[in-house]
Design a protein around this ligand. Structure first.
Ligand code: SAM
Length: 253
């Protein structure tokens, strides 16, 4: 067992309230950090702008001064990594992982892979917390507008609010954006509570549940969490058998 693994096991044994037992100190990852880069966290982002600002800050600065780019949101401390690739951390080496508004930017198989990666790098007792827009809220709003219109006489119904909502989806949510901008405007999946809880469980997390805004096993979560959307948290169990899917993947064909 690594030192961080032992520390986790010790601390969890001592806690009276295992429900919200905080993970012990250790490395904390903030995946897809965007402009949210608190100290004490390893803030990771894979956008081209993060790459430019952290590797060639002088060039970024010049392009801003020339009016070709808007000021960057990325500090030179941000760790640039494409999260479609494996996480650059050893097994059991991380205490907690937060990710705000990132998972919806992946195709579902990539989101599944990254969730498994999080479980791999977390130490037993480590916490994964994900915040995503709630697909159910978005489409319930659409149905509410639809029902309101349908409740009117046919001659009084107007399509504009429904069009606006559909347009919001196709123009602002499921869309592709500029080359040097944030990758953050491209949604490739919509989650809801049912899907997200199952994603955690299928990846081998325990104590999986929906959490309130800033309600967390992770102390100081308010420094990194800024959206009150659909939030789910799970703990990597101490005895952590590989999920069936991962076992099957390892078996020879
Ligand atoms: C909507 S922003 C969220 C920013 C912040 N976490 C928050 O809660 O407000 C999503 C961020 O994820 C990053 N991102 C998207 N796809 C990524 C990928 N494949 N690898 C690394 N970062 C990615 C984007 O560059 C962007 O900064």
């Amino acid at each position: 067992m690594t030192p961080v693994t032992i520390a986790f096991a010790e601390q969890r044994r001592r806690l009276d309230s295992p429900e919200l037992a905080p993970p012990p100190s250790g490395r904390k990852l903030n995946l897809g950090c965007g402009p949210v880069q608190p100290s004490g966290w390893v803030n990771i982002d894979g956008s081209r702008r993060a790459w430019l600002a952290t590797r060639f800050g002088w060039l970024d600065h010049l392009l801003v001064r020339a009016g070709l780019l808007s000021p960057t949101e990325f500090s030179p401390m941000v760790r640039v990594h494409d999260l479609l690739k494996p996480l650059p951390f050893a097994n059991d080496s991380v205490s907690c992982i937060y990710s705000g508004e990132l998972w919806e930017h992946f195709e579902l198989p990539d989101a599944v892979r990254l969730t498994h990666e999080c479980r791999r790098v977390l130490a037993p007792g480590g916490v994964l917390r994900i915040c995503v827009p709630d697909g159910a809220v978005f489409w319930r709003r659409y149905l509410d507008i639809y029902d309101e219109e349908m409740a009117k006489p046919a001659s009084a119904r107007a399509a504009n609010r429904l069009r606006d909502h559909v347009q919001l989806y196709f123009n602002d949510i499921a869309t592709r954006r500029i080359w040097l901008g944030s990758l953050g405007h491209t949604h490739k999946w919509q989650f809801d509570e049912v899907q997200l809880l199952q994603l955690f469980r299928d990846a081998g997390f325990a104590e999986v549940r929906r959490m309130g805004f800033h309600e967390s096993h992770i102390p100081g979560i308010e420094r990194v969490e800024r959206s009150d959307f659909l939030i789910v948290e799970g703990v990597k169990p101490a005895a952590s058998p590989l999920p069936a899917e991962a076992v099957r993947a390892r078996e020879p064909a």
